[in-house]
Every structure is written in structure tokens, then in C-alpha cells.
Ligand binder design. Structure first.
Ligand SMILES: [Zn+2]
Length: 220
């Protein structure tokens, strides 16, 4: 039986929309849509085909090609990938490897959260350090920390960054789980600090301002 999930759809600025699912255990999960001039960017694909369906529905009358971005390989960010069989799916090189390696195990251990179908559909455009879409001013950079394959997406036009799970899940747990090297995470925070944005989206937390970066640096 399908568990009941609530989804909130919230406009962040002119061309960014946040789809937040509240999972029955009480945690939140964000999928972020950036509607660029050239492409629609969907950042993370959630818990499966039913969970990502409202995002596809939202842009069903928009003919721009979709670019999917996986911020890292964890199950709650990639299970909707197979809903985009004809799309470019971008991730870090390591994300593709880790998704392939951990797929069966992630389904086995967290299958109770699956919402619809999830077939293994790996990223088909991977990179090492950075990708840039100049027409949309969307930049994707390697930002290890939460995991070794974590990436971030910056909408330079609207000054919004999506840091994936590099910020903790709630205000009370603002420091994320760090599965990689702490040094690398600190370097990533210092990189964020130098960047030009005022709004910070992450995988599970509420929408925050840039000061959250300084706050985490002070707590580490
Ligand atoms: Zn994660």
C-alpha cells in the first residue's frame, strides 16, 4: 500500500520552484526546479516515479528540454531517475560509480520509502570539477563533503545555490552527516563563502540565507 505523502510547491524566485515532500516519518525532502531560458533543470529526483510526477506535471506544457542533476548518489536523491529515460542526467563521475555499486543495497535497506517505480538509470553526463550552461547562467561544481561525490548547482542569474546535502537536514542539525573527509567539507564551505548568492536550497532543510555557511563554519 502506498503511504500518504504530502507535497508542498513553493516558488523561490522568478524561475526556481521547490517541491517539498513530507515523508510519513516526519522528515522533508526537496526537489528543486530551475526554469531556464534554454533548459528546465530538475535537481534531484526524489523517492520514485510517483514522487517526481508533480514536477513533470508542473512543466508538462513547457517544451524546453529537461536536464536532470543528481547532487549525490544517495537513494532519496536518485530514485526518480528512471522517470527521465530520454534526458541528460548529470552527476559527478564518482556518483555514477557509487550509484551503480550501492543501488541494490539502497533499495533493500530503504525500500519502505519507495514511492512508485525506481529502476536503475545512471547519470549519462558526468564531470570532474565543473560544468557551465552559459545561456542560463547555471553552474554545476564539485563540492565534496556530505559525500565524496557531492555537487552543487548555482543559478547565477537569481543568486540561488543548491548544495544538496552539504547542509544538515534541520535547523537543529545544521551540520550534515559527513561521510567524506572533514577537511574537504571545510574547503567546500570556504568555496561557498566566496560565491555570490543570497538564497541556499538543500536536500532536506528549509530555504536559508547565505549566513548559514558562516554559522556552520563557526560550529565546526
Ligand atoms: Zn545524502
Amino acid at each position: 500500500m502506498r503511504m500518504r505523502m504530502r507535497m508542498k510547491i513553493e516558488k523561490i524566485k522568478d524561475r526556481s520552484i521547490l517541491f517539498t515532500t513530507t515523508v510519513p516519518d516526519g522528515w522533508n525532502l526537496n526537489v528543486h526546479l530551475i526554469m531556464g531560458d534554454k533548459y528546465n533543470y530538475i535537481i534531484d529526483t526524489g523517492l520514485g516515479s510517483l514522487n517526481i510526477a508533480p514536477v513533470k506535471e508542473y512543466i508538462k506544457h513547457d517544451n524546453k528540454p529537461i536536464i536532470v542533476i543528481n547532487t549525490h548518489y544517495h537513494w532519496d536523491h536518485v530514485w526518480g531517475n528512471s522517470s527521465f529515460p530520454n534526458c541528460t542526467i548529470i552527476s559527478h563521475n564518482l556518483c555514477r560509480e557509487m550509484m551503480k555499486l550501492n543501488w541494490e543495497n539502497m533499495i533493500h535497506e530503504n525500500g519502505q520509502h519507495l514511492d512508485g517505480e525506481a529502476e536503475l538509470y545512471l547519470p549519462n553526463l558526468t564531470f570532474e570539477t565543473e560544468l557551465y550552461f552559459p545561456e542560463d547562467r547555471v553552474r554545476i561544481i564539485y563540492t565534496p563533503g556530505h559525500t565524496i561525490d557531492s555537487i552543487s548547482v548555482i543559478d547565477e542569474a537569481e543568486k540561488i545555490i543548491n548544495v544538496g546535502d552539504n547542509i544538515g537536514d534541520t535547523l537543529d542539525e545544521i551540520i550534515p552527516n559527513i561521510y567524506g573527509e572533514k577537511e574537504e567539507y571545510i574547503n567546500t564551505l570556504l568555496t561557498y563563502r566566496e560565491m555570490d548568492f543570497d538564497t541556499c536550497v538543500s536536500g532536506h532543510n528549509i530555504i536559508l540565507g547565505k549566513q548559514v555557511i558562516e554559522k556552520i563554519l563557526n560550529l565546526l
